[in-house]
Ligand binder design. Structure first.
Ligand code: NAP
Length: 359
């Protein structure tokens, strides 16, 4: 059994990958709650990666301190973790465009998780670790639903279809989460709570230097890249602000445990585009119709390496359904409407002139 879950909020908390899209909103929430955040980042000198966090800290009761840490550098989380009772491990590369999936995705995800969790084994203050996994550790394709007990993705389901060659990002998240459960099971000083978000949308705190795939997908919806039509890919969506609340409660709520699907809406990419089209379609080249499945199957692989024929066959025009009831019961989650999430996200791209109006 882990130590008594009684977190002292005067002690610092550590956030790995604090420069990231998802982590940014969590750091904001922690700072607004007056906590001291140990932000473990690859390069604290890159001001363009941290200035949004500094601005938030300036206007919050909390304090942020930066530490230089890399997922692949053993021991590099020691200083950041010192004295922390809660560790939020969010850092992991999220990209669908990679040349060498083993080096660029699997190694940082798995070795990084081992690096952080084994450091916790050496840091006596740590009581709880919250790991940002993903629904990608539950499924690769919407058609994986056919093999689930009630036609729903639940916390019981594991991804068995991803591999180094197919959906390597999902594979990296699956292997990393399994590694985390294995390390957690071998000790009794801290407990592990896993957050499994679906596709994250919502405002970008640092749109100019984000690396998240979430940003790239939203940008494509607004810059004309999908003007032939949006693929009707079944997926779940969670607002980044709601996801920050889920992480926060997973860190401090004694009842939090196990895996937790954090997903507000069972939807598809065409529906996301149509919400944006309704609001912005008169000015921006946002698709309002579906690209035919046969066309995407035929030409998709030629325009985007991530769109394989297998992926199109197994995801386009297939419904996606996840059960988020545990998140409501255990973490008290309520979710904002999809329209609010999509409009608030796109507004950031408009304000920063990342998308340009059609001529
Ligand atoms: P992101 O903005 O690209 O954040 C990734 C973070 O990981 C960045 O802070 C990055 O640091 C850090 N990182 C990458 N490689 C690293 C390394 N070798 N050493 C140290 N840090 C490293 O992406 P995100 O969307 O916020 O993703 C954050 C987490 O949420 C990931 O675990 C991802 O799998 C998970 N997730 C995301 C989604 C989604 O739809 N966005 C859905 C489910 C789960 P730099 O800033 O230095 O690059």
């Amino acid at each position: 059994m882990p130590k008594e879950m009684n977190i002292d909020k005067t002690k610092p908390v550590m956030v790995t990958g604090a420069t990231g899209y998802v982590a940014g909103w969590l750091v904001k929430k922690l700072l607004e709650d007056g906590l001291t955040v140990h932000a473990a980042v690859r390069n604290p000198d890159k001001k363009e990666k941290t200035q949004h966090l500094d601005a938030i800290a300036k206007n919050s009761p909390g304090t942020i301190k930066y530490f230089r840490s890399d997922l692949l550098e053993l021991g590099s989380y020691a200083a950041a973790m010192e004295g922390c009772e809660v560790v939020f491990h969010t850092a992991s590369p999220f990209s669908n465009i990679v040349k060498d999936p083993q080096k660029e995705l699997i190694e940082p995800a798995v070795k990084g998780t081992r690096n952080v969790l084994e450091q916790a084994n050496k840091t006596t203050s740590v009581k709880r670790i919250v790991l940002t996994s993903s629904c990608a550790a539950i499924y690769s394709d919407a058609t994986d639903l056919e093999h689930t007990p009630n036609g729903m993705f639940t916390e019981e389901v594991w991804n068995t279809t991803a591999s180094l060659d197919y959906q390597p990002y999902s594979y990296s998240k699956t292997l990393a989460e399994k590694e985390a459960w294995s390390i957690a099971g071998e000790q009794s000083n801290w407990d592990l709570v896993v957050i499994n978000p679906s596709f994250v949308m919502g405002p970008f705190l640092n749109p100019e230097s984000t690396t998240s795939e979430s940003f790239r997908i939203l940008e494509k919806m607004g810059n004309g890249a999908l003007k032939t039509g949006a693929p009707k890919i079944g997926m779940g969506v969670i607002d980044v602000r709601d996801l920050a609340i889920a992480h926060y409660r997973a860190g401090f709520n004694p009842e939090a445990e196990g895996r937790n699907i954090i997903s507000a809406h069972n939807t598809d990419m065409l529906e996301l585009a149509r919400i944006l089209h309704k609001e912005y379609g008169d000015k921006y080249p946002i698709p309002n119709k579906a690209i035919p499945k046969w066309l995407l199957w035929l030409v998709g692989p030629m325009v985007d390496k991530a769109i394989t024929r297998r992926f199109v066959s197994h995801n386009v025009n297939h419904e996606w359904k996840a059960d988020n009831s545990k998140s409501k019961e255990r973490l008290g989650m309520t979710y904002r409407p999809l329209e609010e999430t999509m409009v608030d996200s796109f507004e950031v791209l408009v304000k920063n002139e990342i998308v340009k109006p059609s001529k």
